[in-house]
Write a protein that binds this ligand. Structure first.
Ligand code: FAD
Length: 447
């Protein structure tokens, strides 16, 4: 058992790194920070990818790491990234890998000669130990922390249905069933003529399509999705007006207000996206005023439309998709996967509507999975599920709520898992704001 750690950050991705940076900027000594996570600080699931074809889905000026200097990344990119394909009519969309490099460099610069403790492991459980916390690691070590910030981010995708493995060898299965495509490591094993099945039609599927086109893929690509539509490309946009929001809104009124505010222009146009982005500014505040059941109603009624238009694709990936479409090399199969059968040298996917798809490799592009650490906190009654039942609930000060809805004074959470409680906290800029807010709060608490 190690000695007590002052501040433990669980997770090592963008949220953890930006938290470290803002704590250091507030004068917290590096030696009082312990960071626990298996990878390189700052890269996480989003930016540790090896593929050079995976691009940021927002233009360079929106990746904000310091509110007082919003163009910090944009200027860094100009001087440190050589990427002739980044420039588009909607702005510069750099490689995710390069943004990961930027964040790691920011942490090193901020640390200077100081050292924090980085434990390369995952935390499996957190339990109360007096006024402190005890953290169990997957390598069977334990440690004690006075304060914990959970920053475990987006849990990697898991298969959405049964996978039956018949006859095929384990090595073949491992390389042909890609459960987590976020790193992009699997791409180099793909032979150019293979027929590939993509499960899902969101941003991960578009990343995969872009990578396959860039590596000259000639085989068919079958996309299984309940809807025949991909996220649109980012257009060139700016916020020109402020919506005149009504005072009290029910979910129904909110939907109507949004519908009326949006122009009848094409959803891919600049005009439409300008209006959409104007609406987004206030949505988190409105979301926080809704009860859990109102949030669930909204999720059920407009969740998929929200995801479709909120998470837009870098223009480069849509250009790759169009290229495949012109060559009839991509085919969307409508439905949801019910079973994946992996036979000797091929994969068959059975859909809920009786259709099927056959290919030589399947890539799981179904999005975020479940976080076992958060589930453990709920089953140990140290936390409660959020309004969307997707993660754990936090209050507006980012404090985790216990089973009596009381906020812990030394357990916080930041990053995308706060979405069910606080609204759209997925983009780097929104996470930066949380880190700035929490660093400020923690300093005030000390004094
Ligand atoms: C594939 C992908 C691409 C994205 N692209 C963009 C983009 O282009 N632009 C944008 O603004 N946003 C993007 N996002 C959104 C993303 O939510 C944020 O930008 C941000 O990267 C989230 O950082 P994070 O550290 O919270 O999460 P993650 O990047 O998911 O990192 C979390 C880290 O915590 C570690 N971890 C998990 N559980 C534990 C545990 N129990 N113990 C210790 N460590 C643990 C994980 O291994 C991981 O390294 C993307 C997200 C994904 C998943």
């Amino acid at each position: 058992m190690r000695n007590s750690n002052e501040i433990c950050i669980v997770g090592d991705g963008f949220s953890a790194a930006i938290m470290v940076i803002h704590l250091l900027r507030k004068g917290v000594p590096p030696s009082s920070i312990t960071l626990i996570g298996p990878g390189v600080i700052g890269q996480g699931n989003a930016y540790s990818c090896s593929s050079q074809s995976y691009r940021l889905n927002v233009r360079e000026d929106l990746l904000i790491t310091f509110s007082e200097n919003p163009l910090h990344f944009a200027s860094w990119a100009q001087n440190h990234i050589h990427d002739p394909k980044a420039k588009t009519a909607a702005g510069y969309f750099y490689r995710r890998h390069d943004f990961g490099r930027y964040i790691s460099e920011l942490v090193s610069n901020e640390l200077g000669s100081g050292q924090l403790i980085h434990i390369p492991a995952k935390v499996t459980q957190i339990v109360r130990r007096g006024d402190d916390w005890s953290l169990s690691l997957e390598n069977n070590n334990d440690l004690i922390a006075k304060q914990i910030i959970i920053a475990t981010g987006n849990a990697p995708p898991i298969w959405p249905c049964n996978v039956i493995k018949k006859l095929a060898s384990p090595t073949w299965i491992n390389s042909h069933l890609v459960e987590n495509p976020w790193t992009g490591d699997y791409l180099q094993e793909i032979r150019a003529h293979e027929n590939i099945i993509l499960l899902g039609a969101g941003l991960t599927a578009l990343d995969t399509i872009n990578a396959l086109v860039e590596q000259g893929h000639c085989g068919m690509i079958y996309v299984i999705s309940p809807r025949k539509i991909f996220p649109p490309a980012q257009a060139s946009w700016q916020r020109l007006h402020e919506p005149n929001w009504p005072k009290k809104l029910s979910p129904r009124h909110l939907i109507r207000f949004i519908r009326d505010y949006l122009p009848s222009a094409d959803t891919t146009s600049s005009e439409w996206q300008c209006a959409w982005e104007e609406l987004r500014v206030n949505l988190n505040t409105i979301w926080q005023q809704f009860s859990s059941s109102q949030r669930l109603i909204l999720l059920k009624r407009v969740g998929w439309i929200w995801s479709l238009y909120r998470f837009r694709a870098p223009p480069q990936t849509i250009a790759s998709y169009e290229q495949l479409r012109e060559k009839n090399q991509i085919h969307i199969i409508l439905g949801r996967a019910k079973q994946i059968i992996c036979a000797e040298d091929h994969i068959r996917v059975l859909l809920d509507n009786g259709c099927e798809a056959v290919g030589e490799r399947i890539i799981n592009c179904t999005g975020v999975g479940a976080d076992p650490l958060l589930s453990n906190l709920i089953s140990d009654r140290l936390a409660i599920p959020d309004g969307l039942q997707q993660a754990i609930a936090v209050d507006t000060n980012l404090r985790v709520l216990d089973s009596n809805q009381q906020a812990w004074e030394n357990l916080w959470m930041i990053g995308p898992a706060t979405m069910g409680s606080l609204g759209d906290v997925v983009a780097a800029s929104a996470i930066t704001k949380q880190a700035e807010q929490l660093a400020e709060q923690m300093i005030k608490k000390e004094h």
